[in-house]
Design a protein around this ligand. Sequence first.
Ligand code: CP
Length: 311
Amino acid sequence: MSSLITVDDLTNEEILSILDDAERMLPIARGETHLPILAGKVLANLFFEPSTRTRMSFETAMKRLGGAVLNLGDVANSSVVKGETLYDTMQMMDGYADIAVIRHPRQGAARYSSNAVNIPVINAGDGAGHHPTQTLLDLFTIRTCHGTLEGLNVALVGDLRYGRTVHSLSEALARFGCSLTFISPSSLTMPEEIVTDLRSSGTSITETEDLHGSIEQLDVIYMTRIQKERFPDEDEYQKVAGVFKLNQSDLVSAKKNMIIMHPLPRVDEISPDVDSTVHAKYFEQAFYGVVARMSLLCRLLGVEVPEVVSE
Ligand code: CP
């Protein structure tokens, strides 16, 4: 693997090895141990769309490991506004950095960028396409909470049409033998080509608009935001805004170890009264983004992760 654009760039063995390295780096992410194995390396953070978690956790990951970070910053203050192409911007990164992370509104932009340069490129979200590093931290969270990735019942809820996190995650979960329930309004169902691919690989898929009907059978509920910014038309957004909402009272029949995840940010799809339940894992999940990304950065930069011992 020289770049990470989709989860297809990783074998199951590579995914598990990245998660194993990530687990060993928890003390570094918590600031309990100092291990500057990326000293002298430079990461370019190129975010052409808003981000809090992905951008900042990549920066934290790099800095906790002793590396440095360049940020493109606000696109409005970059030479993109003078008409510089993505290809030319990437040529600069090839000279300035050892590795680049890119988020872009255009599907396919990360693949295009990786083809334009010699340094490794990580897709941090390309339009409604893919978000493979989110998948790594999602899998890390699931494995940490359930002890396995195999054979779980997982519901993916919300905007499955435009939601790049659920596109990447469903493909990965299917490879680990999970059964998937897709819960969305009819206008935001999982793209047909993804459903067809998953079914043809033998994955059990249920599609429904009912969030509350099967909660007691689930091991994971993965909520997502209805993404206003992806709708071509405000009226279409208003028809589905707020359609799914999870409250604490909805969870009485849930298994004790059922976990609720969300890539965040949330709007109103998870009520704050869920935060204090044993099921709520979304903030822990966001923290795990640091170790998942530390592990991936080391892998792509060819740096072996040593055994990590707390100081
Ligand atoms: N989960 C996620 O991608 O969050 P940000 O948009 O804040 O990076």
